[in-house]
Ligand binder design. Structure first.
Ligand code: GLN
Length: 448
């Protein structure tokens, strides 16, 4: 099979199946031609079609962030991760669906409609990287990039039974990722096989002078970390991750998975993350505050959509933003603007920032003694389309187990742990100390 044939077959298959799944917003019709130029397979990714979440900018396709605001936006540059994939001769095959500006947990806030869970198309694939998850889980692609601000790689990976890793904050350049909450956002990888994710993460990691928060640290070869021993590994299991709203079936499947580590010589201990009860309000204040600032640039002048029938400059801003953003995005901009206002800053944003430090310290304390933290990725298996869509608080509550890793900046992954009694996949979440993705790759490949 040539790279060109692979690209052609991949595109054909996506076109045949995407009516069912709605994984993609755009496809790269030029992919076979680009692939034709790949004749030497001297990198692990040479000729491999990869999907890139549609909030990561690419020059050859639109980048919409699943928003009407950017419905027809084409970037003049490639994100650093995209250039790096191309340097490794990967073929960018298309741009998967997401929640609008990555705000959501189901892809239901997408301007382009919900993606469908391949396991049961009446259910959501999770979000915000739900299109990436659907594309991988359904076999349309072997690998996709996602972004994770509060769980957007891990929760959809759990819901669709695939592997997804959010690396350490700073491991991967955010240059060219449309900013949601800059202190929490991180690009990561979603695949079926753990080893494939290691190859892709190898390719996209490393310092980038265009992202001042990207780390100078050397990037290890993550494939070398696979399939080592779990004997003697110290695993912390926070009791709070088996409380608030976690279903019995999720508990059962996750406990069984953790037992496999124990049976193979790992030391498993129950611990406490005492600030877990504060993570939802803390996260939603911080993320929305940063979003309200980041999204100011969508003003009808600089990018994308502009409303018609405007009579003044103020009209341009107000009408463009009223018509260009969906309800969830507006809700966050309002909450964020409120929390940052002079009269409320001390009571909201500042308090949230202080709590974030306490949440981070909970983890620092654990990693003095343990190699890994394990628990469920999400409180339930995938929920039905429309089940939570008109109830933001219930939707937000679903993020309780993933948000902390972003606030602490630590790497975290979801691996398929098994099936619940509803025949839907359950994710085991594995978290490690900052810059210790290797520990995650080892533990994940062991269970696989
Ligand atoms: N579901 C969370 C939210 O809506 C996380 C989103 C994300 O990680 N991008 O904010």
């Amino acid at each position: 099979l040539s790279a060109k044939e692979l690209a052609t077959n991949t595109l054909d298959n996506i076109k045949k199946t995407d009516d069912k799944f709605n994984s993609f917003i755009s496809l790269n019709e030029n992919a076979p031609k680009e692939a034709e130029a790949i004749t030497e397979f001297d990198t692990p990714l040479a000729g491999i079609p990869i999907a890139v979440k549609d909030n990561i900018v690419t020059t050859e396709m639109k980048t919409t962030a699943a928003s009407r605001m950017l419905e027809n936006f084409v970037s003049v540059y490639d994100a650093t991760v995209v250039s790096k994939l191309k340097d490794q001769k990967a073929v960018i095959i298309g741009k998967p669906n997401l929640d609008e500006f990555a705000m959501g947990s189901s892809t239901e806030t997408s301007y382009f409609g919900v993606s469908k869970n391949p396991w049961d198309q009446t259910k959501v694939p999770g979000g915000s990287s739900g299109g990436s998850a659907t594309a991988v889980a359904s076999g349309q692609v072997v690998a996709a990039l996602g972004s994770d601000t509060g769980g957007s790689i891990r929760q959809p990976s759990a819901f669709t039974g695939i592997f997804g890793i959010k690396p350490t904050y700073g491991r991967v350049s955010r240059w060219g990722l449309i900013a949601f909450s800059s202190s929490l956002d991180q690009i990561g990888v979603m695949t079926k096989r753990v080893k494939d994710a290691a190859y892709v993460l190898n390719a996209i990691s490393g310092h980038d002078e265009r992202d001042s928060t990207s780390s100078m640290r050397e990037v290890p070869d993550f494939t070398k970390a696979l399939n080592k021993d779990v004997k003697g590994l110290k695993i912390a299991v926070p009791k709070e991750y088996f409380e608030i709203g976690v279903s019995d079936e999720v508990k059962r499947v996750v406990n069984e998975a953790i037992k496999v580590y124990e049976e193979n010589g790992a030391i498993v201990e129950e611990v406490s993350l005492p600030h877990t009860k504060y993570v939802i309000p803390t996260y939603y204040l911080i993320a929305s505050s940063e979003a309200s600032s980041n999204l100011q640039r969508f003003d009808g002048i600089r990018y994308g959509f502009r409303a018609n029938d405007v009579k003044s400059l103020a009209d341009v801003y107000v009408k463009t933003r009223s018509e260009g953003f969906g309800d969830e995005v507006k809700r966050r901009i309002m909450l964020g603007t409120f929390s940052l206002s002079a009269g409320t800053y001390d009571a909201y944003f500042k308090k949230a920032a202080q709590l974030r430090t306490l949440i981070k310290q909970d983890f620092d304390r654990l990693f003095e003694k343990y190699d890994l933290v394990m628990g469920p990725t999400a409180p339930t298996t995938a929920f039905g389309i429309d089940a939570k869509n008109d109830d933001p608080m219930t939707m937000y509550a679903n993020d309780i187990l993933t948000i902390s890793a972003n606030m602490a900046g630590i790497p975290a992954a979801s691996i398929p742990a098994g099936l619940a009694s509803d025949n839907m996949p359950v994710g085991l979440q594995i978290m490690a100390q900052r810059f210790d993705e290797e520990a995650i790759f080892n533990a994940a490949s062991f269970y696989e």
